[in-house]
Ligand binder design. Structure first.
Ligand SMILES: Nc1ncnc2c1ncn2[C@@H]1O[C@H](COP(=O)(O)OP(=O)(O)O)[C@@H](O)[C@H]1O
Ligand SMILES: [Mg+2]
Length: 577
């Protein structure tokens, strides 16, 4: 291969197969001739080859089982010894085994005979990226999820002082672990030390300096480095995104055509019809990155760490969509938040006004009751107590109302705080500002209502105190009046008692005195005559004070019977006797 001045793709040597400089055609011939161990053969004293997993230009990969523990299965690769002519196999394999990166195939065991070199690795379930691409190109997210781990794997390989040299879709394995895709860099068969002279690769993906070195052409002066992996990686990404048809060089049949494709990849890697979902700045970015990854001078290519970071561009359209969705969601949330704040303001205002109204109503009711009590005077002593009790009840109700208002205020405070936090998360300062304004308004409103409530409460208390004082004064005046009444009643009673005593004394004196200047009227005359007497009449008790002043006895009326006591009719015979 290396001796050929020109490179021509044929059915047996397509540009997509691995070629190696300095490797005798014997190696390939050995693989083709079946000189290597096959199914049923025991390799390395321990492994029985079971079935073929895959086959490349220089090696064959089998599923093998340990003869002592058949359940222990491995993937075992055999390569002709001639493939390693002039190389330190042992050293290379140990270096590869030491990488230990989750996205680099893990070499577990190795050995060699005079005919072949063998190495074992875990058997992965899945398919190669090449097999996946046969079903169509990757979408941007899929490409990101596959190539980011592969970029990190290559970064690890480079950090270990090695270069892979043959990064291409067929050497990337999409393993599946518990249903999840896990990309792995396969085929370390042609890997070399970073600046080593052993060079191999696949023409379709190889870096210009790599191809020149393989072909041993006059421009093979460019030093080899791990930057050739950056190129192969860029070419693999481009091929995976745009499909074979739009991949520059895919149809190349000659070395010239391959070199032309290098120019296209370094300047206009993205066909205008490719990736229509990628537009504007993200598209320009990807074009820029691909051109750099596949720059013709290796020193213009970034390292794998930078490449890994630049892969982020593949997610930009998705992020753009998410941002648009988030903005729509945020607009909805903002409308909802405004509605909630407005509702909170109205609720607080209504609650505060309700509290004020309740106080006003209670004050008016109590004032009315006290006024009524005042007009009803003494009868309202009990009413005063009722009023005081009622005032106490109203006061309790007002306290409950104030408590509820306070609770409601705290709830609204919480709502506003959480809304403000939610808005802040959304990253929109203007909404936070609006919330702050609304909160300020709400506080002013609340303070106003609290002031009104306080004024009302004080006025109400002053009114109650005044009414209580008035009633107490009235009660005292009435008590005084009642005491005066009691005194005059007592006086009247004692006056009555003394009059009664006088009358009794008069009555006793009459029979003993014998007429005293008058004669009894004849019986049956029908016109009794009052005896001339100065005795006071026997007046029944009347608590009313006398209407006329006491004076000498008036002459009795002639026709009407007097109210003065006269001896009963049956006393006449006694008097006659
Ligand atoms: N560890 C593995 N588990 C499963 N399949 C594997 C494994 N290693 C290799 N293969 C299969 O064998 C094929 C050839 O392996 P590779 O290492 O690329 O050898 P070659 O040098 O022949 O290209 C791969 O494309 C893959 O399909
Ligand atoms: Mg391979």
């Amino acid at each position: 291969m290396t001796s050929s001045e020109d490179l021509v793709a044929t059915r047996t040597r397509p540009f997509a197969t691995t070629v190696a400089a300095g490797v005798a055609d014997d190696a390939r011939n050995e693989v083709e001739a079946g000189d290597l161990p096959g199914p049923g053969s025991i390799v390395g004293h321990h492994y029985r080859l079971m079935r073929l997993l895959g086959e490349g230009n220089f090696g064959k990969v089998y599923v093998a089982e340990r003869i002592d523990v058949p359940e222990h299965r491995v993937a075992l690769k055999v390569l002709p010894r001639s493939f390693y002519v002039g190389r330190n196999v042992e050293r290379e394999l140990v270096m590869l085994a030491k990488i230990g990166h989750p996205h680099v195939v893990q070499l577990m065991d190795h050995g060699m005979t005079s005919d072949y070199v063998w190495l074992t690795m875990p058997v992965y379930e899945g398919e190669t990226l090449g097999e996946r691409l046969a079903r169509g190109p990757l979408d941007l997210r899929e490409a990101h999820d596959i190539f980011l781990p592969i970029a990190r794997a290559l970064q690890a390989l480079h950090a270990a002082g090695l270069r892979h040299q043959d990064v291409k879709p067929e050497n990337i394995f999409l393993a599946r672990f518990a249903g999840r895709m896990h990309p792995i860099v396969l085929d370390l068969g042609v890997a070399a030390e970073k600046d080593g002279s052993f060079v191999a690769g696949t023409a379709l993906y190889a870096a210009p300096e790599q191809l020149a070195a393989i072909l041993d052409t006059e421009n093979a002066e460019v030093p080899l480095s791990e930057k050739m992996d950056v190129y192969c990686f860029g070419a693999t990404v481009l091929r995976s995104l745009v499909g074979e048809k739009r991949f520059p060089g895919a149809k190349a049949l000659t070395r010239r055509q391959v070199i032309d494709s290098h120019q296209v990849r370094a300047t206009t890697p993205l066909d205008d019809d490719a990736l229509p979902e990628l537009t504007d700045e993200p598209r320009q970015k990807l074009v820029r990155y691909l051109s750099r990854w596949m720059a013709i001078p290796p020193e213009e290519r970034p390292d794998m760490n930078e490449v890994a970071e630049e892969l982020d561009v593949l997610l930009e359209p998705e992020r753009e969509r998410e941002r648009a969705e988030e903005i729509a969601r945020f607009a909805q949330r903002r409308a909802l938040a405004r509605a909630r704040v407005a509702a909170a303001v109205v609720l607080v205002a209504v609650a505060a006004l309700g509290g004020v109204a309740l106080w006003k109503r209670e004050t008016l009711r109590l004032a009315g009751e006290l006024e009524e009590a005042r007009t009803r005077g003494a009868e309202s002593f009990d009413k005063l107590d009722t009023c005081v009790a009622s005032h106490a009840v109203a006061k309790r109700e007002a306290q409950v109302c104030t408590g509820e208002l306070e609770h409601e205020r705290e709830e609204h405070e919480k709502t506003l705080t959480s809304l403000a936090a939610a808005s802040k998360e959304g990253g929109c300062d203007d909404v936070v500002e609006q919330m702050r304004d609304l909160r300020g308004q709400l506080n002013l409103e609340r303070k106003k209502h609290e002031e009104e409530l306080k004024t009302e409460r004080e006025a109400h208390k002053a009114e109650i105190d005044k009414l209580t004082r008035d009633l107490q004064a009235e009660r005292a005046a009435l008590e005084e009046e009642r005491a005066a009444c009691e005194t005059s009643k007592k006086d009247l009673m004692s006056a009555n008692e003394s009059l009664k005593a006088e009358r009794d004394a008069c009555a006793l004196e009459k029979p003993a005195g014998g007429g005293g200047g008058g004669s009894l009227p004849p019986a049956g005359s029908g016109s009794p005559v009052a005896p001339p007497s100065s005795d006071p009449p026997d007046v029944p008790y009347d608590p009313e004070p006398p209407k006329a002043p006491l004076g000498p006895p008036q002459p009795p009326p002639t026709a009407a019977p007097t109210t003065l006591a006269s001896p009963p009719d049956d006393a006449a015979p006694a008097e006659a006797q």
